[in-house]
Every structure is written in C-alpha cells, then in structure tokens.
Design a protein around this ligand. Structure first.
Ligand SMILES: Cc1ncc(COP(=O)(O)O)c(C=O)c1O
Ligand SMILES: Nc1c(O)cccc1C(=O)C[C@H](N)C(=O)O
Length: 414
C-alpha cells in the first residue's frame, strides 16, 4: 500500500458505550427516509449477519426471481423467437439503459446496456482515440485503476499506435496536454474508496482537447454522477454492485449524444448496424446510442437487471448520497469507539467530497481478520495488501447493521 496515503481516523466524540451507539443506530434508522427500500431486497434471516459487500456484488432484489421465472417460462419457453419483437427483447439494451440514465445524470438515449465493463472500456478508449485524430499520440490512464481498465487501455493504445501513460487522478489535470487523445479515470478508487474530482479532470481534459472516459463501477447507484452536466464524453460501469443486477449482469456504456454519430466502434457487431436485418456485407453504424452495441445480448441477465432496477422507482439519488455519507460517518465513529487505538488506519478520505460509498481500513493482517469477520456474519472483503473493505449500499444497509459490524470488528481486532 505504499502508494496509498494513509489517513488517520478523525478524533470523534467522547467515548461512547455500546448501548449509546445502539440507541443512536436505532434513532438514525427511525429517521432514515430510505428505510422502506430494505424490504425490496432478499437479506439474511439472522440479525447477526450484516452484508457490507454490495460494492462488489449487490443483494438480490425481491422482484427478480419471479420476473426471471416468467422470462424463462413464457418469453423463452412459450413465445420463443417471437419475443425478440413481441416481448421487447430487441430494444432491451436501450430501454434498460434509459432506466440507468437518470441515476448517472444522463438524458435518455445515451446509455446502452450490454457486454462487460472490460469490453466497454475497450470500445470507449478506442472510440475516443479514433475521434481524437492522428496527432494525439497518448492515452492517460489512472495509475491506481482497477486492473482490468489498465489492461484494456494498454491493449487499446497498442492497437491504435498510441502510448499509454499511467498517472494518478490527482496528477491528471497537469498531465493532460496537446498530445493526449483520451483520459481514462475511475470515479472512485476500488481499493481506497476515494472519490476523484471527475468535474475537474473532465474540465482539464477538455481544455487540452482530449476526451474523458469515466469508470463509474463504484459510483453508479451510490451517488449523483451528473454525466451530462459535467460534459463527460464516455462512461462505463457495471450493474452488479450498487445497481444490484446480479452476478455477471451486463455493464453499461454512456456515449454522449454529440459523439454518437462519429463513434467508430472497434467492435462493430451487427447489433450496432444501422439496419441489422438488412444483412448487408458492408458495415454502416447506427448513428445513435445503438452504435455502442455489439452482438446478441445476454437476455436473461439483462432482463434480471431490468427487474432489479425497479427498486429505484421514486428514489432520489441525492437522498442516497446523504444516507451513504451518514452510514460511512457512523461506521467510522463506531470503529473509533470499538477498535483499539492505532490498530486500524482509515485509508478512505474523511472529507465528504472525496469519499465514495465504502470505507477501507488498513491493518496488516487484513486477510485473517476478514475471514474471522465473515465467520461471525460480517461480510466485507479485503484487498491485498492489508485493506479491509466495507461497502455501504444505502438502499438496504441500516445503521443498526453498521453498529453491529463495527462492534464485531472491534472484538476481532481487539
Ligand atoms: C472500477 C472497476 N472496473 C471494472 C471492474 C470489472 O469489470 P468486469 O465487470 O468487466 O469484470 C470492476 C470490478 O470488478 C471495477 O471495480
Ligand atoms: N467483478 C467481480 C468478479 O467477477 C469476481 C469477484 C469480485 C468482483 C468485483 O466486482 C470486484 C470489485 N470490482 C472490486 O472492487 O474489487
């Protein structure tokens, strides 16, 4: 973790007893405007179990099993091929993209669902580089990135004859220049939970004439993103974390409307053709968001995602952010009270403007600590070396969960 700045946990209020913190948790739960959303999810029967890994795999929304059963039995089992037209299968990638769009601050017609985040990173980086022109010969990539983005950006750079330059998100505004074709940045660092300055990096990229590509895996469904308002050019993200789409659910790709006509996909499958059923030998791309499609989508996962997204009906993403910050603040406060001083170090910035929806705590023996936590029902995860990660999904995480998780953590590291 040498490259990660360590932040000490802030001094918080005077010592509190478990009973005080439990009372405070109940008070916060009582005032929680999103509390009713919890019932929309399948969670553990045992109150001892606390799921804090929704930043890796979100919980199952209750609506999904019945919807999937219907899709299998009726749309596939009975309707078969007719479902492409009569059950809306063909348009599902754009239709479901439009359900995600408001959560990431996009007007309709700019988000398409399909493929994996990795594949969409590749499409976006090559697409941006092709639009940037020959004289721009470098791609900036987040040096602290989730690895897959770095691997794909390197391949995209090699295929397009560009040089890949890894720089930290903080260095990006100064590093971007007239040679830069595209900048690929994570909105939140998967390891530390740090929220990067997407508006600032986007503005710097644009001032230098470069395109900005954002990876929203750790922010879509966790906080307001404002893609349209901030001028982000391209964005990708997965749907199995805070969007609760299920294991391997399709990712999304945002193509800003003004770039759609010029987008030159490196994966021009027939579903991105202007007239797919023309079945012509020549490729002619769709001039709208369909340009982001490739081939036949994974309909079962896609329709499970569509059902999962119903939990967002009527939810204000600003309220989600407020609760997320309250959850992470309360967790840090409880950990401060329960863990022996100096045993854990908070790697996640304490500043709200720089915090996503997870808390990462450094401790040398993170791996056995997390194994013990999981055996006691507190499910987070760890990332080598030494980082305990706890993800807070505001739609289903309660303050009571948070207090219990911190208390058990205190026992385990005590
Ligand atoms: C920031 C980020 N990008 C990409 C991915 C994964 O991409 P994929 O779904 O293609 O495996 C993850 C998590 O797995 C991630 O955290
Ligand atoms: N995508 C994952 C997978 O295919 C297997 C196990 C975990 C994941 C994850 O989502 C990890 C996650 N992106 C992370 O932040 O580390």
């Amino acid at each position: 973790m040498s490259e990660t700045p360590m932040t000490s946990m802030s001094p918080m209020s005077p010592d509190a007893e478990p009973a005080d913190l439990q009372r405070e948790a109940l008070r916060l739960d009582g005032a929680d405007k999103l509390a009713d959303r919890r019932d929309a999810f399948v969670l553990d029967d045992s109150p001892e179990t606390v799921y804090l890994d929704g930043n890796s795999l979100g919980a199952l929304p209750r609506a999904v099993p019945d919807r999937l059963a219907h899709v299998v039995a009726h749309e596939w089992g009975s309707m078969r091929i007719r479902s492409w037209t009569e059950s809306g299968w063909w348009e599902a990638p754009e239709r479901i993209g439009d359900r995600i769009a408001p959560l990431v601050g996009a007007a309709p017609g700019q988000v398409v669902v399909g493929d994996s985040t990795s594949v969409n990173v590749f499409k976006a980086v090559v697409g941006a580089v092709r639009m940037a022109g020959e004289e721009r010969d470098e791609v900036l990539v987040d040096a602290t990135t989730f690895p897959t983005d770095g691997y794909l950006a390197a391949s995209a750079a090699r295929l397009t004859g560009r040089t890949l330059r890894p720089v930290t998100p903080a260095e990006m505004p100064a590093a971007v220049g007239p040679r830069t074709a595209a900048v690929l940045v994570n909105h939140v660092d998967y390891r530390t939970g740090e929220l990067h300055d997407l508006p600032g990096i986007t503005a710097a990229a644009h001032a230098a004439g470069a395109y900005l590509i954002a990876d929203l895996c750790h922010t879509a469904g966790a906080l307001p993103v404002e893609l349209d308002a901030r001028g982000v050019d391209f964005a990708v993200g997965c749907t199995y974390k805070y969007l609760n789409g299920g294991p391997g659910s399709p990712a999304f790709l945002y193509l800003r409307r003004e770039h759609q006509a010029a987008f030159d996909s490196p994966l021009p499958g027939w579903h991105s053709h202007r007239d797919p059923f023309g079945m012509t030998a020549d490729y002619a791309p769709a001039r709208d968001i369909r340009a982001g499609r490739v081939g036949t989508p994974d309909l079962l996962s896609m329709l499970a995602l569509e059902a999962a997204l119903e939990v967002w009906d009527g939810v204000d993403i600003g309220a989600v952010r407020d609760k997320s910050l309250a959850l992470t603040d309360f967790f840090l406060h409880c950990v401060e009270q329960y863990a022996p001083p100096g045993r854990l170090e908070c790697v996640t910035p304490l500043d709200h403007d720089r915090r996503g929806s997870q808390v990462s705590l450094y401790c040398e023996d993170a791996e056995p600590v997390m194994a013990e936590l999981i055996s006691r029902g507190i499910v987070g995860d760890h990332r080598r070396p030494g980082v305990l990660r706890f993800g807070f999904a505001p739609l289903y995480t309660s303050f009571t969960d948070v207090e219990r998780a911190a208390r058990v953590l205190g026992e385990v590291v005590g």
